[in-house]
Design a binder for this molecule. Structure first.
Ligand code: GLC
Length: 474
């Protein structure tokens, strides 16, 4: 738990602090009974330094498993073999004194990188995938894939001249990672992983990739082109990184959608366990508009737990910080606090003391309280999901950008002669729109009271209002 689960010491068991393998099997069976699929987070790039493989690898330069990890002699000056940096800061190389060699860790020193050039490593990782697929899991979210292939010559990464705020030689962002990641065998490796999925029926993997290309779309597209898109697709993280401005989102989504070929599944998200929560980043009202966007775009939508409630980042006092990345960007604990179930102590999450403090807004923002309030964020998500589930247009329809406005993002979803028009007000002011020929009904709105209203040629969106309009056709 040095990196909260991203430091695996056994790929084929459940950590006792979370339960047992039987619990996991029950979870999958019960989820399937309810038509819920289960994807596991799979961490291919590194293990824990407490994994028996690494313990054996470290035990001696002549160990059978030495080559399972990435060991190198020091540079001529006795320092690290090259200038590569850990994502969490500092050199990516850790000296192992007994052998005098360094091992590579692209993340924490407690997360040594596996050597994917080694055939037996690849075999072992593929059999770990099968272990879970045999137990019925529907696929994986594959962690940090960019690092699965490195430059064969281990050349130094060039300095990023634009990273003026980064501490040289320490901050990961001070370098351009052209050699330490995205190596020549990356897609070959991902294809090996999808070939395991192919041994089963209906399995899928979503890759966590952070392309460093100037143009993110080109970066994401490489994953659709390089790996069978029926078995895998990358997250599109722009919903997290773009400034909350209608033209920015419009430009990005329009271009990305235009690049999607038949069979490509776009994977949108506005938050995850590594980034500040959407309600904190854009505000409570705009977070609801973001929900309408997320759940009306094509493809797969990822909702990070608590987003549906409007949960916020929580300030974590210095003595309570758990995340090893805490030195930077306030760490990731603020977005990892306990799920807010009710207004009972500890938000109903536990009767014990949780690792991280419960947000002090939990009396208001929790499942139990919000379930009773039709205008709550939770009920907005429920209406959106219900609508999405029964709407063939949202699930299978095409995407088309429509009129460009300064503050309103608008697009159309269409299937046959059925049309849905989505209008999202990104501003804090009402927006009056005149749309000649538009006749329809608001089927979902961030503003509950507007649902069911008919629209005829014009409409006024309230501040931060997002609506889905069922367009009438004759
Ligand atoms: C991914 C995960 C992050 C983790 C890192 C190392 O970026 O999302 O939480 O720390 O990989 O496994």
């Amino acid at each position: 738990m040095a990196d909260f689960g991203y430091d695996v010491s056994n790929y084929t068991d459940v950590d006792p602090i979370f339960g047992t393998l039987e619990d996991m099997e029950t979870l999958v069976v019960e989820a399937h009974k309810r038509s819920i699929k289960v994807l596991l987070d799979f961490v291919p790039n590194h293990t824990s330094d407490e994994h028996p493989w690494f313990i054996e690898s470290r035990s001696s330069p002549t160990s059978d498993k030495r080559d399972w990890y990435i060991w190198r002699d020091p540079a001529a000056d006795g320092g690290p073999p090259n200038n590569w940096l850990s994502v969490f800061g500092g050199s990516a190389w850790q000296l192992d004194e007994p052998s005098g060699q360094y091992y590579l860790h692209s993340f924490l020193a407690k997360q040594p990188d596996l050597n994917w050039d080694n055939d037996t490593v690849r075999k072992a990782m593929k059999s770990a995938m099968r272990f879970w697929l045999d137990r019925g899991v529907d696929g994986f979210r594959v962690d940090a894939v960019d690092w699965m292939s490195k430059d064969a010559a281990f050349r130094d990464d060039p300095v990023d001249e634009n990273a003026i705020d980064a501490v040289p030689g320490y901050d990961h962002s001070s370098l351009r990672h052209v050699y330490s990641r995205d190596g020549p065998h990356l897609f070959e490796r991902l294809n090996e992983m999808t070939s395991v999925l192919e041994e089963y029926k209906d399995r899928f993997m979503i890759t966590e990739a952070h392309p460093e290309t100037d143009d993110k779309i080109t970066g994401y597209l490489r994953y659709y082109q390089g790996v069978n898109p029926h078995l895998s697709a990358p997250f599109n993280f722009q919903g997290i990184y773009l400034p909350w401005k209608a033209p920015e989102f419009g430009r990005f989504i329009d271009t990305f959608q235009a690049a999607m070929k038949p069979g490509y599944v776009p994977i949108y998200t506005v938050g995850n366990h590594d980034e500040s929560r959407i309600a904190t980043r854009v505000g409570n009202a705009a977070a609801r508009t973001a929900a309408v966007m997320l759940l009306t775009l094509p493809g797969m939508a990822f909702i990070y737990y608590g987003e549906e409630l409007g949960m916020h980042d929580v300030d974590i006092s210095q003595d309570k910080i758990r995340d090893p990345f805490a030195g930077k960007q306030n760490g990731r604990d603020p977005e990892r606090t306990p799920m807010q179930w009710s207004n009972a102590p500890q938000a109903g999450f536990t009767t014990a003391t949780p690792w991280l403090p419960v947000s002090d807004d939990y009396k208001r923002i929790n499942v139990h309280t919000e379930a009773a309030d039709p205008s709550s964020s939770l009920n907005l998500y429920k209406r959106l999901l219900r609508f999405r589930n029964q709407s063939r247009v949202l699930r299978y329809g095409s995407y088309k950008p429509v009129t460009k406005y300064e503050h309103v993002l608008s697009y159309e979803r269409r299937l046959g002669n059925e049309i849905l028009l989505v209008l999202l007000n990104f501003s804090d002011l009402n927006q009056k729109l005149v749309i000649n020929d538009l006749e329809g009904t608001i089927v979902v709105s961030t503003h509950f009271e507007d649902e069911g209203a008919t629209v005829n040629g014009h409409l006024t969106l309230q501040a931060n209002e997002g609506v889905v309009i069922q367009v009438s056709h004759d």
